[in-house]
Design a protein around this ligand. Structure first.
Ligand SMILES: Cc1cc2nc3c(=O)[nH]c(=O)nc-3n(C[C@H](O)[C@H](O)[C@H](O)COP(=O)(O)OP(=O)(O)OC[C@H]3O[C@@H](n4cnc5c(N)ncnc54)[C@H](O)[C@@H]3O)c2cc1C
Length: 300
């Protein structure tokens, strides 16, 4: 492919890592997914701009991902280019409690930086295994907190590859939703507003939430976390449990015995297994309870 040669040369110029035919199972927490044409690790905002400009001009299918912790990738892979922002953390904290992070930064590093600066408000995100960019895209949340409560702005490359700032009120953040689900943009930096807090209490809260996750969630198996969104008026895990579906298995995919809201990969699951299991769970839950479940992870 001619375009791949050009792309590889551009990656060399901008210092981005370039791999052909990379299996996406290596970049998703579900550990499923076939290969993409090329997998690029983007080191910074300028190289991100140049690479995306090339991809847009050449009209090549591409997708930016974070840590792949809310993604289900097809067994056939992705016939295009997948780009991941470098995970090297870049975080700045200001005296007024405002903190800005590179979107490829892990939430864990962001939470630890907030703790080091004695800032409270981000504790809920500790233990969510994604990036800052992925967390805004999904409006990630847990234990009563969500990104929408703290994000003040995101710096992005817009659909035309123009670098601009989107203020919180225009991000359309609601339950597991952001404006990025309707428009093609790359999130580069995210700013959150935190408050001064007691570092001991912040640390205790982070550890307490991590302990709850370890106790309740099947973290020993690959998954994408909660597989279904919370339906209005109930909880997906409660409904699935009520329908007797804990342990329900299709191929290598299984409804976790430990937490009915998690579909897990028992080791050899394919994407087809996971989607077939999810479809059957949806059908049974609808038939027995009248609730319609929607998938939470994004499909690629
Ligand atoms: C064990 C486990 C527990 C979890 N617990 C929670 C939880 O408590 N709460 C919760 O909300 N979620 C949870 N999740 C799901 C997941 O971690 C979050 O949704 C997380 O925010 C996804 O971030 P990511 O970086 O992995 O994004 P990915 O999964 O890589 O991507 C998700 C979407 O965001 C897009 N995207 C990512 N980065 C960018 C970017 N820079 N620019 C543009 N688009 C981008 C991708 O294209 C994709 O559409 C859990 C997952 C696991 C495996």
């Amino acid at each position: 492919m001619q375009y791949l040669n050009h792309l590889e040369a551009l990656c060399k110029q901008v210092g981005a890592d370039f791999v052909e035919e990379e299996p996406l199972s290596a970049h998703t927490t579900f550990r499923v997914g076939g290969a993409c044409r090329a997998f690029i690790t983007v080191p910074d905002a300028d190289s991100c701009y140049r690479l995306r400009q090339f991809l847009l001009e050449a009209q090549l299918p591409h997708r930016f991902i974070g840590r792949g912790s809310n993604l289900i990738v097809s067994d056939n892979g992705f016939d295009g280019v997948v780009l991941m922002l470098s995970s090297v953390p870049q975080i700045s904290t200001a005296e007024d409690g405002s903190c800005t992070a590179w979107a490829g930064t892990s939430l864990k590093a962001f939470c630890n930086a907030a703790l080091s600066a004695s800032l409270t408000g981000l504790e809920f995100a500790y233990g969510i295994p994604g990036t800052v960019g992925g967390a805004v895209y999904m409006n990630a949340g847990a234990y009563g907190g969500e990104m929408a409560q703290i994000v003040t702005q995101a710096e992005v490359l817009d659909p035309n590859n123009v670098r601009c700032i989107i203020k919180a009120e225009d991000l359309a953040l609601s339950y597991r939703h952001s404006c990025f689900m309707e428009q093609d943009a790359v999130i580069l930096y995210v700013t959150v507003q935190l408050k001064p807090g007691d570092p001991l209490q912040i640390k205790q809260q982070m550890e307490e939430l991590m302990r709850k996750r370890q106790e309740k969630q099947p973290l020993e198996y690959p998954s994408a976390g909660s597989t279904f969104k919370r339906p209005e008026g109930s909880y997906a895990s409660l409904l699935i449990d009520e329908c007797g579906l804990k342990g329900f298995t299709v191929g290598g995919a299984q409804v976790s015995e430990k937490h009915a809201g998690f579909v897990i990969n028992r080791g050899n699951a394919t994407c087809a297994d996971i989607l077939s299991l999810c479809e059957q769970v949806r059908e049974i839950v609808y038939r027995q309870t009248g609730y319609t479940l929607a998938l939470e992870p994004e499909l690629l």
